[in-house]
Ligand binder design. Structure first.
Ligand code: NAD
Length: 257
């Protein structure tokens, strides 16, 4: 792995998959910048813990990924961005004719538009450094649809399209852009959608997990944060220098069906 000493910005990294990616990159010697919109003592303590445990530089920068100027300010404040992981994301479960517009707008802004703004801001820094890796955390829902998730499915399909385009635009440079498409991982984002999923399908929460969520994954098991973080580290490595503009599914077989 050639990532030692690089600097990574991971959006939405005080929880779940983003935090796991930050920890994995830090263990590989990458200086990491954590982000969320909260700016709590716990957020700064997470960065301090990662620095203590791994010996890399780790800091936390507050930026609300629903706001274009804050997306761009995050990269400007980072100063360097060799690795950009666009991970911040939210979910809302409702039929499209009942979908609240504020939820639609927030999902499109945070899950899709933020990746446009951070990528546009980070590319000049990558070009100056002569090396760059952009990893977009899309979803199996960037390749497949499910009922009641119109905004999320739309945003994640958009991220997959953006990934292909940026991969082409940077193909002649030592910069790659790829998307990881996870299946279900038991993070706060998924835990929060279980009651709504149960209500939409008229079944219990246990049944929602077995009959709706895990039913999509032939493995019949949740993907783990560690499995995703390892995939991101691979995409940042020299071994993946010619892997660009593509998607890697880590979904227990979901997209193979
Ligand atoms: P999570 O809720 O644990 O993490 C979401 C992160 O996004 C948090 O760090 C949160 O602070 C951050 N965030 C939310 N709104 C933000 C905002 N306005 N500005 C900045 N940060 C913000 O959920 P997760 O499952 O770890 O999700 C991470 C990513 O993985 C998301 O893009 C999600 O769509 C994607 N994903 C998750 C799953 C899954 O099953 N958990 C599957 C496929 C894709």
């Amino acid at each position: 792995m050639s990532v030692k000493g690089k600097t990574a910005v991971i959006t939405g990294s005080n929880s779940g998959i983003g935090l796991g990616i930050a920890e994995e990159l830090a263990r590989a010697g990458v200086n990491v910048i954590l982000n969320s919109f909260t700016d709590s003592d716990e957020d700064h303590a997470l960065a301090a813990r990662i620095a203590d445990e791994t010996g890399v530089q780790a800091r936390y920068i507050k930026a609300d990924m629903s706001k274009p100027d804050e997306c761009r300010a995050l990269i400007a404040q980072a100063g360097a961005c060799d690795i950009l992981v666009n991970n911040a994301g939210i979910q809302h479960v409702a039929p499209i004719d009942e979908f609240p517009q504020d939820k639609w707008d927030a999902i499109i802004a945070i899950n899709m538009n933020s990746a446009f703004h951070t990528t546009a801001a980070a590319l000049p820094l990558m070009r100056k450094a002569g090396w760059g890796r952009i990893v977009n955390i899309a979803s199996a829902h960037g390749l497949r649809a499910s009922p009641f998730k119109a905004a999320y499915v739309t945003a994640k399909h958009g991220v997959v399209g953006m990934t292909k385009t940026v991969g082409l635009e940077t193909a002649k440079e030592p910069i790659t852009c790829n998307a990881v498409c996870p299946g279900y991982v038991l993070t706060p984002l998924v835990e929060a959608q279980i009651p709504d999923t149960a209500r939409q399908y008229g079944i219990s929460e246990d049944a929602a997990i077995e009959q709706v969520i895990l039913a999509k994954q032939p493995s019949k098991d949740f993907v783990t944060v560690e499995q995703l973080a390892g995939t991101v580290l691979y995409l940042c490595s020299d071994a993946a220098a010619q892997v660009t503009g593509t998607t890697i599914s880590v979904d227990g077989g979901w997209s193979a069906q």
